[in-house]
Write a protein that binds this ligand. Structure first.
Ligand code: ZN
Length: 352
């Protein structure tokens, strides 16, 4: 199923469940027709009695999905809130696993969970359930009760990513402006490793920016079009490298839709690259030479060598008169000796 519907943008598949999301009832019917055709072509059959068609909102994989957005299922949240304080490592890990499922609904949850994660990562079943752990456990349950509605992203809406860093965790908040309101799309947070906790405040902030951008990369991969060309100019003009090195250098820092295509085109259009381009297959046009009309009016001159030494000489200056075909070969000690052609022509040539 996953393979059959991999390229279908409106269908989300989880094991044998399929969720089809459309903007309107009319579009929904078109989507369903395409889906049924695809399933039928691949010999897949669906059980009609377990399907819900044309629903405005539904529960799917522990989430309530509506046209407004997505929230955790209240039943699941209640179950978490009613859970008792863990007494061993397995029950603590189970609680953390459930909370982690709703991670993106909970702003800054990683910092709150830090003491619990420390306990969960040890060996054996015994845990040291301190006052700090109990406070973290209670605060997590309180945060779950306040889990916010996450809105569906709107293409083209202004998007903002805010990041923060504490001594123990980093986090990010992805929002979009829908009309006059800023609404949350998702939250990200994670605990800092021991080494990362030793970073300076500035470096922790920097790490938060890097990690959050990496986490939400799929949301953020649209740079304003007005920026992309100036980014290309800044990086490409450093050394005017070819298409591939320029693509690589820019991809290390930026990403936008159709990036490779844009860079290829701009490299080809770059005036400096055009001016210094090496044409490997330049062929000079054939030149038609008129036969000389008199002797010594046209000469072939060439330097031949190095040759085996003879009487201190290793080069020959060869001169051929094109009219009479008369050859002269003048021995030279090296290639830097500078006899002029006129010095070595026979006195009868009339050249001086
Ligand atoms: Zn260039």
């Amino acid at each position: 199923m996953d393979g059959v519907l991999r390229d279908v943008s409106f269908a989300f598949v989880y094991l044998d469940d399929i969720l089809v999301a459309s903007h309107s009832a009319k579009e929904h019917i078109q989507h369903l027709q395409q889906l049924f055709k695809l399933l039928s072509t691949n010999g897949l059959v669906i059980n009609k009695t377990t399907c819900v068609f044309g629903a405005k909102e539904l529960d799917f994989l522990g989430h309530h999905v509506s046209s407004t957005g997505i929230t955790p299922l209240p039943d699941w949240i209640s179950a978490l809130q009613e859970s008792k304080s863990p007494t061993d490592r397995t029950s603590l890990q189970r609680f953390l696993g459930m909370v982690n499922y709703y991670h993106r609904f909970l702003h800054g949850i990683a910092a709150t969970l830090a003491p619990l994660h420390t306990q969960a990562s040890g060996k054996g079943q015994k845990i040291d359930w301190s006052k700090e752990c109990q406070e973290a456990f209670d605060k997590t349950k309180e945060m779950l009760s306040k889990a916010v509605l996450l809105h569906h992203p709107l293409s083209g809406a202004v998007t903002s990513l805010t990041v923060d860093a504490s001594n123990t965790a980093i986090g990010g908040q992805l929002e979009q402006r829908h009309g006059r309101l800023w609404v949350p799309l998702a939250f990200f947070s994670r605990k800092l490793s021991e080494a990362e906790q030793k970073y300076s405040a500035f470096d922790r902030e920097l790490l938060a920016s890097y990690a959050a951008v990496k986490h939400f990369r799929h949301f953020l991969e649209v740079l304003p079009t007005s920026w992309t060309h100036s980014i290309f100019n800044k990086i490409h003009s450093l050394s005017h490298t070819g298409v591939k090195p320029t693509q690589k250098a820019i991809a290390q820092r930026f990403v936008w839709n159709g990036m490779k295509r844009d860079i290829r085109r701009w490299c080809k259009e770059c005036p400096d690259c055009q001016a210094s381009k090496v044409h490997r297959h330049t062929r000079s046009p054939l030149v038609e030479r008129q036969p000389p009309s008199d002797r010594f009016c046209s000469l072939h001159v060439d330097l031949v060598g190095p040759l085996p030494e003879s009487h201190g000489m290793t080069y020959l200056l060869a001169i051929i008169d094109r009219f009479t075909r008369w050859p002269e070969a003048i021995p030279l000690p090296d290639a830097h000796a500078s006899p002029t052609v006129a010095d070595n022509l026979p006195p009868t040539s009339g050249v001086s």
